[in-house]
Design a protein around this ligand. Sequence first.
Ligand code: PEP
Length: 255
Amino acid sequence: MTRKKLVFANWKMNLNSDSASQLVKDILLTINKDIDVEIVIAPPFPYLNLVSKLIEGTKIDLASQNIFHEENGPYTGEVSAQMVIDMGSSWVMIGHSERRQHLLETNSMINKKLIISSSNNLNAILCVGETYDERRQDKIFPTISDQLKRGLSEIRKEDLSNIVIGYEPVWVIGSGKSAKPKDILEVHNFIHEMLVSLFPKAEELPRIVYGGSVNSENIESIISLENVDGVLVGNAALDCKKFCDIVMKVGGSHD
Ligand code: PEP
C-alpha cells in the first residue's frame, strides 16, 4: 500500500518570533500547494500560536515538540496535551533522543505521553533509535525493540493510524552525515516486522520515518527505500530553501 509521505520539521530550541514567522512565510511562498506530501512543523512552545495563525488554511500542520505525561495538575513548567491543542497543534513529538538524554525521559514516561496523546486525538511521532555505543556493541535491535514494546504498550490498534514511528539513530543527529541507506533500510524493515508482530490484527500500521542529518543531497537515496514513509528534519528545516528542496524531492519520489 502506498501511504502519504510525511516531512516533519523539528525546529528544536531555535529561532525567535521574527525569524519563525519569516521562515513560515517563505516556506508558504516556495512550496507547491498541490504537492502530495504531508508537511508538519514543530516550533518551540512559545511560537505555537504564532505559527498556527500563519499556517491556517494551508497544507502545513502544527506539532508540539513535547507534552507532559499527566493531563493537568501541579507540574510547574510543564505543558499538557490540551494546552498544545488549544494553541493549534494537531501533532506531538514524543521521546526525542535529546529529551531521553537531557531530560532523562524513560520509556515508561514516553508510553504515558503516547497514551495521553492518543486519548486526546493528537497525532504523535514516537522517536526511537540507538546511540553510538549501542550500535558498536551490536545492540541496535534489542534497543529499538525495547523502545517500541514499552513505548507502544497498551496502545489500541485503533489508535495506530494516528501514530508515526521516527527512527533516529542518535549518533547521526546533527552530525551533518546521515546513516547509510543500507543501515536505514535494515532498521526500517526491522521496525516494520516488529509492528506486524506487536499488532497482528491492525488494519493500518504506523508509518515509519527516518531522521538524522537529512538534507537536499541525501533525501532521494533515503526516501526511495522500502518502508521509509517520510523524514524528520532538524537543521535543514531551519532554512527555507533546504527544507523546501527536501519537500519537493519527497513529492517527486512518488510513482
Ligand atoms: C532531529 O533532531 O530530529 C533531527 C532530525 O536533526 P538533524 O536533521 O539536525 O540531524
